[in-house]
Design a protein around this ligand. Structure first.
Ligand SMILES: [Zn+2]
Length: 498
């Protein structure tokens, strides 16, 4: 699957005046601030007027950039060229001969592979910044209460906004962990947003938030998507979002606790995905009271190749070794894990035990944005801080995690994640002359320490230029924000969640 946007931030006046407002007034004012007055949203199945047809795949040579290839054992090209044709990288080198081929001047830019997110509940971005400071307004109560009344059209707008922000921020591949499929139409609309925006994605078919622990997901529908996948996706992947052996259960006081699922349920779901040969992903070992699951899965024969373990903050070294032996991978989302109080994520320990690690956004109600540069920086800071060692996690290794290792963890390393002949053309140009970037030093230090989403000048997915000169090319981000704000206000009204 192959999409753009800009974050709306309330102005200073709104923030200051909100001190005297209650929560409902603040959210209502914010929605009104972001939405056009009489805007009407297109019906389900219609393309948002904010999204134009995707640009054609470009035939172009990018010249004289600092090329970070991320190919193991290969040096960077300080003054390199990359030629793109029909969505593929067809040549990499210095002074490439390409007579008559249009060129992009890469001088002053870092040219690197597009960044890879490995786990993101993209539908939740309509609820950005809505995890409050009180237990009743926390992440799980909010996303469950509002998620229960999401319409298929709301799914479309949540994922459209996420995709647009991803592309704006330099992320070319996402793992859309869709864990609120209330009806098949909810999944179809979610996938449609990915397709229309042109982002590369693995769509992860997951359970509805309100699904009882005694019920398995609709495996017939999962099989239908798998059978008809070509009609849903332009080359995207299908995966399965598994609850694992337990699920959150809402207590009378509004808090959540994890309760075991019946074996018949979790085995039926796991077996369905294995039968289809699609990768499985699960949140496990996330909190201090939620540990030991990987050994338990191993005992039951459920720790399988390509199983993606999300969070895994409390995974033991023995479990990591078991993951590596099985070919299971890890995805860490430091901003959500820290913000929600799960704990401090482990990155190096997984790597040292031979586990492939990808970085992830998770959910913007907790993280606020999808800034992968920020995620890289906090990953380095966490590991250096934990080790009490300024030099523990080198910047280049962190950039690998955000590119080629992320691609590897999603089973895509043969197609994306590095700049090499034959790979798909998922590329970004980062401007080293922006005010927060220079003066020019080591490009990896610049990317991990200084870079921000707005420094991404140009972005290409499968050869299509979806951001150029700092602006999205196929999405009107102002119009999208107005539509998404309206959808957000309406779904919160339906949930009576203010
Ligand atoms: Zn998650």
């Amino acid at each position: 699957m192959k999409a753009e946007g800009r974050c709306h931030r309330p102005g200073k006046t709104l923030v200051n005046s909100s001190l005297r407002l209650n929560r409902r007034q603040i959210l209502g004012a914010a929605a009104a601030f972001g939405a056009a007055g009489a805007l009407s949203l297109p019906a389900q199945g219609a393309v948002s007027p904010s999204v134009a047809a995707l640009p054609a795949r470009s035939n172009v040579v990018i010249r004289n950039a600092y090329v970070i290839t991320m190919v193991q054992g290969e040096a960077d090209l300080p003054n390199g060229d990359v030629r793109v044709e029909n969505g593929a990288i067809i040549d990499v080198g210095a002074g490439l001969a390409a007579p008559g081929v249009p060129s992009i001047d890469g001088s002053g830019f870092i040219l690197m592979p597009g960044m890879v997110d490995t786990h993101w509940h993209m539908w939740t971005t309509l609820l950005r910044n809505m995890s409050g400071n009180k237990p009743e307004h926390g992440y799980f109560p909010t996303t469950t209460a509002v998620g229960n009344v999401y319409s298929p059209r709301d799914r479309y707008y949540g994922t459209l906004l996420s995709s647009a922000e991803a592309l704006f921020s330099g992320i070319t591949t996402v793992h859309d962990w869709c864990h609120n499929i209330v009806t098949p139409q909810h999944a179809e609309e979610d996938i449609r947003a990915l397709q229309e925006t042109g982002i590369r994605a693995r769509f992860c078919y997951g359970p509805a938030r309100r699904m009882p622990a005694t019920e398995a997901i609709n495996t017939d529908d999962l099989e239908r998507f798998h059978r008809d996948w070509a009609s849903f996706s332009n080359e995207g992947l299908l995966g399965f979002g598994w609850r694992g052996v337990q699920a959150p259960f809402r207590l009378p006081d509004g808090k959540f606790e994890l309760r075991p699922l019946p074996e018949a349920v979790y085995r039926k779901e796991h077996d369905a995905a294995r039968k289809l040969g699609i990768p499985i992903s699960v949140h496990l070992n996330s909190t201090t009271n939620d540990r030991g699951h990987i050994l338990a899965l191993q005992k039951q024969g459920l720790l399988v190749k390509d199983l993606q373990i999300i969070h895994g903050i409390f995974t033991s070294p023995e479990e990591m070794k078991a993951m590596a032996a099985a070919g299971a991978v890890a995805s860490v989302s430091p901003y959500s894990e820290l913000r929600i109080g799960f704990g401090v994520p482990k990155i190096l320990e997984y790597l040292d035990n031979g586990v492939t690690v990808g970085l992830s956004v998770d959910t913007t109600p907790l993280t606020g944005n999808c800034d992968m540069f920020g995620i890289m920086k906090v990953v380095q800071n966490i590991e250096n801080g934990r080790a009490e060692n300024e030099f523990k996690l080198p910047a280049r290794r962190v950039v690998e995690l955000a590119t080629i290792e992320g691609a590897r963890s999603l089973g895509l390393a043969d197609r994306i994640g590095s700049i090499a002949k034959g790979k798909r053309a998922d590329l970004i140009l980062v401007n080293t002359r922006d005010i927060n970037m220079g003066p020019v030093t080591d490009p990896y230090y610049m990317l991990v320490e200084s870079a921000q989403a707005w420094n991404v000048d140009t972005l290409m997915v499968d050869g299509r230029i979806l951001k150029r000169g700092g602006k999205l090319t196929a999405i009107d981000s102002g119009m999208l924000m107005a539509e998404a704000s309206k959808a957000s206000r309406e779904v919160r009204d339906r949930a009576k969640w203010w």
